[in-house]
Write a protein that binds this ligand. Structure first.
Ligand SMILES: Nc1ncnc2c1ncn2[C@@H]1O[C@H](COP(=O)(O)OP(=O)(O)OP(=O)(O)O)[C@@H](O)[C@H]1O
Length: 246
């Protein structure tokens, strides 16, 4: 019987059946008194293995807050989050850090690449932070950059790459350590529609070939047509117009 890091004992069948991420009735409140803001009010979402999911919603609807909680960068005020069956509230900060480094890949809108490092060096730095052994880093970085179609451009710095290539470098950095879950906050917002579509194709291939799950936020209706599920956030709730395509 596997003993998970949070100390919960799971039966084999339960462990394999558990969604990779389960957000249950999560409320997140910021501030106190008159400045109190409910960023999430009872949001529930389950992410199965190998799914490509979009979160949509107007500005301030709680998308980034939900993504941060999914990535264990933030914790709910009420409700529960289970990471692969592990109850987040029973995990220490160190356990969450380890999980984040090994099991989750984060991609931000602004790419967050180090400007004076090449694409390869940016990905290698990410692997170093994730604790990948030195002997594996070169191979893993090259594999990830080839996967996103940057084998020929990996020794260029971000400023010598197009917006789409920079975003693909950020994806390579997020996938190089082979996480189970990728969380991407508006990954296509700064790209034109053709490049945005290419990025979704990279995610689609990750989901199809490696069984990774991707949750992204977007305002773009074209992107929503390309994913498996679209969940609408409205005033901190996951609304009834959730569309499921699978
Ligand atoms: N650290 C914080 N302190 C106080 N209020 C916050 C904090 N983070 C978010 N909020 C508030 O919570 C609400 C939800 O914010 P969030 O960033 O999750 O929305 P969003 O849907 O991602 O918006 P956008 O599309 O503009 O990025 C907003 O009203 C925001 O002002």
């Amino acid at each position: 019987m596997p003993l998970d890091e949070g100390g919960l004992i799971l039966r084999d069948s339960e462990a394999s059946r558990a969604p990779i991420l389960d957000v249950r009735n999560v409320t997140r409140v910021f501030g106190r008194g008159e400045t109190r803001v409910y960023a999430l009010r009872g949001a529930t979402l389950s992410v199965g293995a190998g799914s490509l999911i979009a979160l949509k919603g107007r500005s301030g609807s709680g998308k980034t807050t939900l993504l941060n909680i999914m990535g264990a960068l933030d914790a709910p005020s009420e409700g529960a989050v289970f990471y692969g069956g592990r109850d987040g509230s029973r995990m220490s900060e160190q356990q969450k850090n380890e999980m984040r480094k090994k099991e989750i890949g984060l991609i931000f809108q602004s790419f967050a690449l180090v400007p004076y490092l090449s694409a390869f060096e940016n990905v290698e730095l990410g692997l170093r932070i994730a604790g990948a052994p030195a002997s594996d880093r070169k191979r893993l970085a090259e594999e990830a950059l080839s996967f996103v179609g940057l084998a020929q451009r990996m020794h260029h710095r971000p400023q010598e790459l197009s917006g789409g290539e920079q975003q693909r470098t950020a994806i390579a950095r997020a996938i190089a350590h082979k996480p189970k879950l990728i969380l991407a906050d508006e990954p296509t917002a700064e790209l034109d529609s053709r490049m945005g579509k290419q990025i979704i194709e990279v995610f689609r291939e990750l989901v199809g070939t490696l069984g990774v799950s991707v949750v992204l936020t977007t305002h773009d209706p074209h992107i929503m047509n390309l994913v498996d599920q679209v969940h609408a956030l409205e005033d901190g709730r996951i609304g009834s117009d959730t569309i499921k395509r699978v």
